[in-house]
Design a protein around this ligand. Structure first.
Ligand code: SAH
Ligand code: SF4
Ligand code: F3S
Length: 446
């Protein structure tokens, strides 16, 4: 017999980037406040929240097919509420309600804190759409109302902290300025208050988040000053940030990273494409030479830095020779992580008016070449660490191997350490003893 006192159960499914992960974490906390428990089983859920991504067509389509499948559970549980949040919700708004009868709530990227009201409305059987942007002042002061700060959960060793919202860059291929809005930087006092709280609650590492973090500018404080202020906080062991844009990168930022022990020697610096003509058409604002100059200086100042990047293959009119330049940049920069994508036209973006003329077969073939070069470079990077003594931040128990904990080096390489007594959040010295398929194995040093 169902327990009348049992808490309702929520299931959150997150797609897309770390910003979405971060928003999902905030919504999880709100649902906890609303008295929800969590489940991974849709048949048990009273509320299913899909936090969506529309950066390419594939993840967008996934949302629609998933909503269709979840609709089945409504037949068994007519009280089940289904919400679509995130970037598809922001972009499509009420069209989602028209298209998918299963959906009860559509909430845009600035509406997270209205979740309780929207839920109340849906419980009364009224479908709800909210995609308005939050007023700018409210955004700069608080991404989260200050009184909510106390409810923060820190799960694991690392905690995300949003410092900007939106993006003003309007790269020609990118939907993000439409789904996240114009760039807003959060007040730095508020960022520091949240950072302190996260450290108090056990975070060893803070990850500053934004679509373009180094364009941060608020109250006369720029990204370099903010970075230093957070890095100086007592109790913090590691600081990372993502994503910076090459246009706003500077030698001074490299110097700051090189000189501050708490700022990790790892950097995700997306370059997208190697050829200058393509970079221009992408409206990236930098050339290949400028990018490689930044990389050279980073490597000079921080020789053990772990670099990663995003790459798009098959942008409209990209020739084989131009693609070869992307390969050249990869050979020179030697990324330890690469996120590569086939160009996917997005509605309303500048590039959407260009013919998507690189055939799917060619895009696929270029993607494979990027990935196989990346694999071979990463293999060399992993092998080069054998025998080294590296600091590892333990972040989880190995999902399959008993007694094995996993973590990351400062340069963000994954390491498995056989030691059952290790705890999440431990920062330990490890000797690298073996290379696994995509990671390292290490022995705990006293
Ligand atoms: N703000 C980040 C990128 C956010 S989107 C930055 O500027 O670096 C994450 C990645 O998705 C982008 O770096 C790009 O490589 C990829 N991407 C964005 N739009 C795309 C599209 N239309 N087709 C294929 N990949 C895309
Ligand atoms: Fe998109 Fe460019 Fe902004 Fe990154 S910098 S979010 S790629 S518009
Ligand atoms: Fe996707 Fe939106 Fe992030 S489109 S990549 S979830 S900002």
């Amino acid at each position: 017999m169902p327990d009348a006192n049992a808490k309702p159960k929520a299931l959150i499914e997150t797609f897309g980037c770390q910003m979405n992960e971060h928003d999902s974490q905030r919504m999880r906390e709100i649902l906890l406040q609303e008295g929800y428990d969590f489940t991974r089983a849709p048949e048990e859920a009273d509320f299913i929240l899909l936090n969506s991504c529309s950066v390419r067509e594939a993840p967008e389509n996934k949302i629609y097919s998933m909503v269709g499948r979840l609709g089945e559970f409504k037949k068994k549980n007519p009280k089940l509420i289904i919400a679509v949040a995130g970037c598809v919700a922001q972009q499509e708004g009420k069209r989602i309600l028209q298209r998918q009868k299963e959906v009860d709530i559509v909430m845009g990227t600035d509406q997270i804190f209205h979740l309780p009201e929207l839920l109340a409305q849906a419980r009364q059987g009224k479908r709800a759409v909210r995609t308005a942007w939050m007023p700018r002042e409210q955004k700069t002061q608080n991404f989260i109302p200050t009184e909510e700060l106390a409810h923060f959960e820190v799960r694991g060793a690392s905690a995300g902290l949003a410092i900007t919202k939106g993006c003003d860059n309007f790269c020609s291929f990118c939907i993000v300025p439409a789904t996240r809005g114009r760039l807003v930087s959060r007040e730095w006092e508020n960022i520091l208050a949240e950072a302190k709280l996260l450290i108090e609650k056990g975070a060893k590492e803070i990850l500053l988040l934004g679509q373009n973090v180094n364009s941060y500018q608020a109250g006369g404080v720029n990204f370099a000053r903010l970075l230093k202020a957070v890095a100086d906080l007592k109790g913090l062991r590691r600081l990372r940030f993502t994503s910076p844009h090459p246009n706003d990168w500077s030698p001074a930022l490299t110097d700051l990273m090189a000189g501050h022990p708490m700022i990790c020697p790892s950097l995700h610096l997306p370059f997208q494409a190697g050829a200058d003509r393509i970079l221009q058409k992408m409206r990236r604002g930098h050339s290949q030479a400028q990018y490689l100059e930044q990389v050279a200086y980073l490597k000079e100042k921080i020789p053990h830095i772990g670099l990663s990047s995003d790459i798009i293959v098959g942008f409209p009119s990209e020739t084989e020779a131009e693609f070869q330049e992307t390969i050249q940049v990869m050979r020179q920069a030697r990324f330890s992580q690469v996120y590569a994508f086939k160009y996917s036209p997005r509605p309303g973006t500048k590039a959407d008016s260009l013919p998507d003329d690189v055939p799917p077969r060619v895009k696929q073939e270029r993607l494979s070449r990027v990935l196989s070069l990346f694999e071979s470079i990463r293999e060399e990077i992993l092998l080069a660490t054998l025998g080294q003594k590296l600091e590892v931040l333990i972040d989880q128990a190995h999902p399959k191997e008993q007694g094995v904990m996993t973590g990351r080096t400062g340069s963000h390489l994954p390491v498995a350490v056989l030691s059952p007594e290790l705890r999440i959040g431990d920062l330990v010295l490890v000797e690298i003893t073996a290379k696994r398929a995509h990671s390292l194995e290490g022995r705990l040093l006293a």
